[in-house]
Design a protein around this ligand. Structure first.
Ligand SMILES: [Zn+2]
Length: 287
């Protein structure tokens, strides 16, 4: 493994901090407080940190909810290659996959489903600060990814972003979702393979060279509709690094006990190596 600065203990603290607010469900105090904290954290390491607010009228109660993506840049304007790195910061209002029916109206804590990807991004922003040369990074923390109940009311922040792209726009994207599972194993997600096979192959080759081939096996996983889908539809090739074989998914057991600092470290180090590699990776023009 080449030398890296990514500190999995610091990433882990970012996971615990998000969980300490409670479930980050739109419309709640925990959601509002977490947004303020994320803004303050990103301002320590990034430029042009801002909210990208939007509203959604929820079919469940007919009320209109205010939500917001968070955007933060490093080396964005100056870069030759621009990468959006994203994760969702909201959590699911209902643990609808819980084996106990009594839990299905409770919110999900989202230690893995939400907090893990954000935790990696916050630490990644610390270690990349001042080190990027040809690459610019846009960190995008999406809201309303997991609102539901159905897919029509999910991916809300990613859809809003895809309709309101920054200028200059990203060349490609990498989504981190459910990357904290203590038994982390991330096969190649199928939409990612369909939309950006060259990007996925390069990423997995790098993982193998860094000795992480078991965590990132070169095999096809499931088709997963996630925040990368709206970006791909908007013409930004985006892959999803996701471990979807997570028993506590959308249950009240999605807690830090199911996750590990080591897993955040693996994903974080891969991202650090990827974004600092030279020459910077450029997507093929005529695909
Ligand atoms: Zn979810």
């Amino acid at each position: 493994m080449p030398a890296t600065l990514f500190d999995e203990r610091l990433a882990w603290e970012h996971l615990l901090k998000q969980v300490s607010f409670g479930p980050r469900v739109p419309g709640t105090e925990a959601h509002r407080k977490c947004a303020e904290w994320l803004l303050a954290e990103l301002r320590k390491t990034c430029e042009n940190v801002r909210f990208q607010p939007f509203e959604h009228r929820w079919s469940v109660d007919g009320r209109t909810y205010r939500m917001a993506n968070l955007l933060a840049e490093q080396n964005w304007k100056e870069a030759k290659v621009r990468v959006v790195v994203l994760a969702h910061w909201d959590t699911r209002p209902y643990a609808d996959q819980d084996p106990d029916p009594a839990n299905r109206t409770k919110p999900v804590l989202g230690a893995n489903d939400g907090a893990s990807g954000v935790a990696v991004i916050l630490e990644l922003a610390r270690v990349l600060q001042g080190r990027l040369k040809d690459v610019g990074v846009l960190y995008l923390l999406t809201d309303g990814e997991d609102l539901g109940p159905d897919i029509g009311e999910m991916l809300l922040g990613a859809r809003h972003f895809a309709r309101n792209l920054p200028s200059p726009r990203p060349d490609y994207g990498i989504l981190l979702d459910m990357v904290g599972d203590k038994d982390l194993r991330i096969p190649m997600e199928r939409y990612s393979f369909q939309q950006a096979p060259w990007l996925l192959r390069e990423l997995y080759d790098l993982a193998a060279r860094a000795g992480m081939g078991r965590t990132f096996p070169k095999e096809l996983g499931q088709w997963i509709i996630d925040d990368h889908v709206p970006l791909n539809e908007a013409g930004i090739p985006t892959v999803d690094l996701i471990d979807f074989t997570y028993q506590p998914w959308h249950t009240v057991r999605d807690t830090p006990e199911q996750c590990s600092p080591a897993s955040l470290g693996k994903v974080g180090r891969l991202m650090e190596l990827w974004l600092l590699r030279e020459p910077a990776y450029r997507p093929p023009r005529n695909r």
